[in-house]
Design a binder for this molecule. Structure first.
Ligand SMILES: Cc1ncc(COP(=O)(O)O)c(C=O)c1O
Length: 481
């Protein structure tokens, strides 16, 4: 761990920035090095976390470092590619950082039962073969029927099976766009597309969001500016991180704009199956322009690693080649488990159980972070099912979430900044992700954090939320300055 020597003559926070400058000049630090977390450095130097935060802020102001909210502070010159926070693996911390579905206790048993049925099937050996079509006809037919339930009619031969939505997105980006091309995405977006685009040399531009997600007028405006975008990545249902869900009207508008400007839409419907009623996918309004990506990760289990692509016929060969290039096909055993769950009603039971538990967790959020704490009231939103917790008369203090969603987007009240809140939460061993991890571009990044409520046990979630409540109420740690 980097350990600076502080000069007694200047305030300690300045000493930290001075030491970074000195060690950079001396070659002790190099561009791209990650500096210790605020907490570790504070402990090592015997100073408060606030002093370290201030020292790092001073170093950033001098252009020596770059802070990536929720991920750490880096010596300037290189950008880390991993969008996830460093501390999420610390055993003692309560992890509200990873967007994972609620786990239903019976899941393990359901898997065991399916595996024993598969084991007893005389054709089990077929699951050891390559399949150039990504999955066998029965598996694709079950997938097509399932996708049809979301309002996208598709013939089984058009379904490509992937190892999840992230894989589908990676295949699509790599197959459809060349380095240097521009893809539009929400100005807050799923962090993985940022690292994927960076790795592929694709440029992202952030589109303004409102309570219904991506604004069509903003897409239209950016399409009329240079450099002209060639693609649009959109998560129309339970957008990550804001949980915004687009109305049918807005989906139609995006479809129209994409047609007009010849954009390829990448519609990531990873959360679509979670909601009982959801407007039809954008792909149903612009089937000729949309690459529809979906997955069983959120509604069933991420470990199934099973997702689907439905694309215009003319793109199918390209995307199939992309899947072959990346992994040939997803593991057939997992696709088979997924297929059986979709076929035999397990999926419906699991989704129902997840919805029940998620609703209870969101109610806990309301109890612990809700109106009593923030002096706010629950306002109905124009968008069905999306709740906005607003504090009248005070900007920047809203809580966006959906009663069936796994995430809470908490816009922080004054005087918190994202960095300070993330650091204060870590000090109390709660890991949350700050807005910077989701931000495309540097402008207008809100002071906000995402809380993922699916991963921790009920007790840990309650403890973690209570700690955040204390921080917000000013009872525990107050902002350093
Ligand atoms: C918008 C979005 N797309 C894709 C994924 C990943 O899906 P999968 O596990 O199917 O790769 C996530 C996970 O958080 C997500 O939020």
């Amino acid at each position: 761990m980097w350990q600076p020597t502080l000069d007694d003559r200047s305030p300690r926070y300045q000493g930290i920035a001075d030491a970074i400058a000195r060690d950079l000049a001396d070659g002790v630090l190099r561009a791209g090095d990650r500096l210790p977390t605020h907490r570790r450095l504070a402990r090592a130097l015997g100073v408060t976390i606030g002093t370290v935060s201030r020292g790092y802020a001073e170093a950033e102001r001098r252009g020596l470092t770059t802070g990536e909210v929720g991920r750490g502070t880096f010596v300037r010159g290189a950008v880390s590619r991993d969008p996830w926070p460093e501390a999420s693996g610390e055993p003692e911390s309560i992890d509200l950082s990873l967007s994972l579905p609620v786990i239903v206790p019976e899941e393990g048993q359901m898997l065991a039962e399916s595996l024993s049925r598969i084991a007893a099937d005389p054709s089990i050996g077929r699951l050891l073969e390559y399949d150039a079509e990504t999955a066998n006809p029965r598996q694709r037919s079950v997938a097509a029927e399932w996708i049809g339930r979301l309002g996208l009619e598709v013939r089984p031969e058009r379904v490509l099976v992937t190892a999840g939505s992230q894989h589908g997105l990676n295949v699509t980006l790599a197959s459809m766009f060349r380095p240097g091309e521009v893809v539009l995405t929400g100005e807050l977006t799923y962090p993985s597309i940022k690292s994927q685009a960076r790795a592929l040399g694709i440029r992202l531009r952030g589109v303004e969001l409102d309570d219904e997600g991506m604004c069509p007028e903003a897409v239209d405006r950016l399409c009329r500016q240079e450099p002209r975008p060639s693609g649009l990545y959109v998560v129309p249902t339970l957008q990550n991180p804001t949980s915004a869900t687009q109305s049918e009207q807005r989906r139609r508008e995006l479809a129209l704009i994409a047609r007009e400007h010849k954009l390829w839409i990448m519609e990531d419907d990873v959360h679509g199956f979670l909601l009982p009623e959801v407007p039809p996918p954008i792909a149903s309004f612009a089937p000729d322009r949309t690459i529809y990506l979906s997955s069983l990760a959120k509604c069933l289990a991420p470990g199934l690693r099973t997702g689907f692509i439905v694309a215009p016929d003319e793109l199918r060969p390209r995307l199939l080649t992309g899947i072959h290039t990346s992994m040939w096909m997803p593991p057939p055993l997992m696709v088979e488990v997924s297929t059986r769950w979709l076929e035999d009603g397990t999926a419906d039971r699991l989704i129902e159980a997840k919805r029940r538990q998620t609703r209870k967790r969101q109610e806990l959020v309301t109890r612990l972070l809700g109106p009593g704490l923030l002096g706010s009231e629950m306002l109905g939103s124009e968008v069905p099912g999306t709740e906005v917790l607003d504090r009248p008369g005070l900007d920047g203090c809203r809580m966006l979430r959906h009663p069936l969603g796994y995430q809470v987007w908490l816009e922080l009240p004054e005087p918190w900044t994202t960095d300070e809140f993330v650091a204060a939460a870590r000090e109390r061993e709660v890991v949350v992700i700050g807005a910077g991890a989701f931000a495309v571009g540097r402008h207008g990044i809100p002071h906000a954090v995402r809380l993922s409520i699916g991963l921790p046990s009920w007790e840990d979630l309650e403890r973690g939320l209570l700690r955040l409540r204390e921080i917000l109420a000013g009872a525990a740690v107050t902002p350093a300055y």
